[in-house]
Design a protein around this ligand. Structure first.
Ligand code: GSH
Length: 204
């Protein structure tokens, strides 16, 4: 398998899952700052111009964080990246989708690229303020879910890899994580697989 990633981007969560699984894989850097995601070499692989992108051993490509995470969990059951029961799995997917679709896309999306949400430059501050509101609400909801637990589903799952990457972004925008999320971030960093992924991305 080959993971197309950018250091510190949302692809970090998939990188963590590959390290948790422990099977051989390669990584290819996509330089988002230089616009490599829009060049033909990469758009031939993922025309959406996004990381994470996973090229599998048969050459087929999978995109979108939740789909990649779900496929990795299902093809590597021994790694126990999803609960065994359907209801537990549904709750993990619910949390992962909230992180990726709301915290990342709606909240951090407004902070990373306010121009994409603003009709004119004059609206950009209002867009960023709205992004922060979405994040405060989102992290508070997840914080409540984490109460009394080490991980979102009790045991580690794909949802924690998603939560981890957005938690690493909070400090960049001066956001303070609520206590259970801050403890979750520390717990994640203490996992050997996470430490390896951070180190390989030059973030440790
Ligand atoms: N919905 C996608 C979002 C992926 C995404 O937003 N990736 C960002 C990095 S965190 C990216 O590749 N951005 C490059 C660009 O938009 O130019 C997923 O779940 O994988």
């Amino acid at each position: 398998m080959k993971l197309f990633l950018a250091p510190g981007a949302c692809s970090l969560g998939i990188h963590v899952l590959l390290e948790e699984i422990g099977k051989p894989y390669e990584t290819t850097l996509v330089n988002l700052r230089e616009g490599a995601q829009y060049k033909p070499d990469f758009t031939a692989i993922n025309p959406k111009s996004k990381v994470p992108t996973l090229e599998r051993d048969d050459g087929s490509v999978l995109t979108e964080f939740p789909a990649i995470a779900y496929w990795l969990a299902g093809t590597n059951p021994e790694a126990k990246l999803l609960p065994a029961d359907l209801d537990g799995q549904a709750h993990v997917l619910e949390a992962m989708d909230y992180v990726v679709g709301t915290l990342h896309a709606q909240g951090f999306g407004r902070l990373f690229r306010p121009s994409g949400f603003a009709p004119s430059a004059a609206d950009e501050d209002a867009v960023k303020t709205r992004g922060k509101e979405i994040l405060e609400k989102g992290f508070a909801l997840i914080d409540a879910k984490l109460a009394g637990k080490d991980y979102i589903a009790g045991a580690f799952s794909v949802a924690d890899a998603a939560l981890f990457y957005v938690e690493t972004w909070a400090g960049r925008f001066g956001l303070t994580l609520p206590p259970n999320c801050a403890a979750h971030l520390d717990r994640m960093k203490a996992r050997p697989a996470v430490a390896r992924a951070l180190q390989q991305e030059g973030l440790a």
